[in-house]
Design a protein around this ligand. Structure first.
Ligand code: BG6
Length: 295
């Protein structure tokens, strides 16, 4: 069991599992179990801090997508957490092996941070990564260290690795309210399972966190995604044309091998008053049983 700081990354190793976190964005860029990669990261992803990483688990804060809301309109898509270099705080627990990273205005990418309410919001983010033999947990704690209230979105932009998108489905979403970002329409999900045969970009809103999300390939559960305090779920696959237009998306056939299941709080902004804290966790774990949960 070890945690190694390589300078630009932190690598946690157990006998059969490993996770690599880039300090830029505190982005998990690889997670393996018995040598098998569990996430998808583009072979053309920039890992030099020149742009957010295409793949792994980018962190989205303080805005999801673009927003015209006051204080957010000038921010680029998905905010500044994914394009700021976080401070590595070290190992905080050995069993299970856990490390933490911090971001505050002092470390934040000034150019982007200053576009959030004119850089007027003091905050502390603490990001924890916990590695177990068959699971990876990522936890975020957001604290308002300012004298006034402010608002934010949070999202774990998780790129899960799969063998073939057309053999893949996601369960436990029927009956949920969905906003389709491509159709720009809100509807109730009627499909018994979510399947993929074209570009997909949907926000499932206020999905009970009692509901487990399972990624099932040819009848086998390949990922279980558990959420704490993360009511919304973005389901994204860029398919052919969209991935073709992204310079950092390689190989171009990569859309077959990835599916973004992105737990977050994005249907509205969370408001924090001075001194208040908010926390949320995503856990991805292995396990074979299909669990169907009713509405
Ligand atoms: O290219 P970016 O900024 O990393 O965003 C990728 C995708 O992120 C998803 O979360 C959004 O729903 C998509 O609309 C977006 O295209």
């Amino acid at each position: 069991m070890s945690a190694e700081d390589t300078g630009s990354t932190v690598v946690l190793s157990l006998p059969s599992a490993k996770v690599e976190i880039l300090k830029y964005g505190a982005t998990v860029i690889s997670w393996t179990i018995a040598g098998k990669e569990q996430l998808w990261t583009s072979t053309a992803a920039k890992l030099d801090g020149s742009k957010p990483v295409r793949g792994g688990i980018p962190l989205v804060f303080p805005v999801f997508g673009k927003s015209s809301a006051e204080g957010f309109a000038d921010l680029p898509q998905h905010g500044f957490a994914r394009n700021s270099t976080w401070e590595f705080l070290g190992v905080t627990k050995s069993e299970p092996l856990t490390v933490q990273f911090a971001l505050s205005p002092a470390e934040a990418n000034k150019e982007v941070y200053s576009k959030w309410d004119n850089g007027d919001n003091d905050f502390t983010l603490i990001f924890s990564v916990e590695l177990k033999p068959d699971s990876l947990s990522t936890k975020i704690e957001v604290e308002n260290t300012d004298k006034h209230a402010w608002k934010f979105n949070w999202l774990f932009h998780t790129y899960l690795g799969i063998n073939e998108i057309e053999d893949t489905l996601v369960n436990n979403l029927p009956g949920e309210t969905c906003y389709d970002q491509l159709l720009k329409e809100t509807y109730e999900e009627k499909a018994p399972a979510i399947t993929f045969s074209e570009e997909t970009d949907r926000i499932y809103k206020e999905v009970s966190t009692e509901k487990l999300l399972q990624v099932i390939e040819l009848g086998k559960v390949v990922h279980n995604v558990r959420r704490e305090n993360l009511p919304d779920v973005v389901v994204w696959n860029p398919w052919i044309a969209k991935s073709g237009g992204m310079g950092d998306f390689e190989p171009k056939s990569g859309y077959h091998n990835m599916l973004c299941i992105e737990p977050g709080h994005v249907h509205d902004f969370v408001e924090l008053k001075p001194g208040e804290k908010w926390e949320a966790t995503q856990t991805i774990y292995k396990g074979d049983d299909i669990k169907l949960q009713s509405i």
